[in-house]
Design a protein. Structure first.
Length: 242
């Protein structure tokens, strides 16, 4: 399990990186507060998940230890423990995960062609058409961590849509070749094997001009992608590889 204190410590590294990138004309200039807000939302989602999971597990263990020895039926206790742990696994089997696509322009044909359903359902949930910094949408944003696909946000921090499928964002074009083997993750700078969420996000940052993409994976790591590259990662080895 990822130690959330490590994610909090990495926040300063992200701030420093954004300050440096703001001086480099080759990178997209975004409002720093929007990116830090995204990072904080992802950290908080992981903290809440870890706390709830640990509290439930502690209660399970406590309940098993409190069974009087003269009442123990090994078989029934075993079934009870197995059932309880399976329920716990089902409840916490899906860790929070996000994809945020920043600097999305709904009037740009190149942006729209890579985001299926980007301009539909604009009012079906509280966070739509609201700024990412608004405090009263946090609960809705937290729910998205257990749903699928991406959140798209414009250059001012306005949430345009959620649950958006990123399409035609294969990252192979970044390398100028098509390959699919067990070492593909290394070609793109990932230290460990990653799920499609990360490949799609990296590809989206390349195929959607001017975009910056943030991900929180179920493993608990946070990454920032721009122009088809990992520009920030809470995986230490990936930072060294930049």
């Amino acid at each position: 399990m990822v130690n959330c204190s490590e994610l909090i410590m990495k926040r300063k590294e992200l701030e420093d990186l954004l300050d440096r990138l703001s001086q480099d004309e080759t990178f997209t200039l975004l409002d720093k507060s929007i990116e830090i807000r995204i990072y904080d939302l992802m950290i908080n989602a992981r903290i809440k998940y870890n706390q709830a999971m640990n509290e439930d597990l502690d209660n399970i263990i406590k309940g098993l230890l409190e069974v009087p020895s003269d009442k123990i039926d090994n078989l029934s206790v075993g079934f009870s423990a197995k059932s309880t742990l399976l329920n716990w696994k089902e409840k916490y089997g899906h860790a929070p995960a996000y994809i945020f696509v920043l600097n999305f322009d709904p009037n740009n044909p190149q942006h729209k062609e890579h985001s299926f359903g980007a301009m539909s359902g604009r009012s079906f949930r509280p966070c739509i058409n609201r700024n990412i910094n608004d405090q009263d949408i946090i609960e809705d944003i937290e729910k998205i961590a257990y749903e699928d696909n991406a959140v798209i946000i414009d250059k001012k921090g306005l949430i345009l849509a959620t649950n958006i499928q990123l399409v035609d964002v294969n990252p192979s074009a970044i390398l100028g070749e098509f390959s699919k083997n067990s070492d593909d993750h290394k070609k793109f700078g990932f230290v460990h094997e990653v799920h499609s969420r990360h490949f799609s996000s990296l590809g989206a940052s390349y195929h959607i001009p001017g975009s910056v993409v943030y991900t929180l994976g179920e493993a608990g790591y946070i990454r920032r992608f721009e122009k088809g590259k990992i520009t920030f990662s809470t995986v230490e080895q990936e930072i060294r590889a930049l």
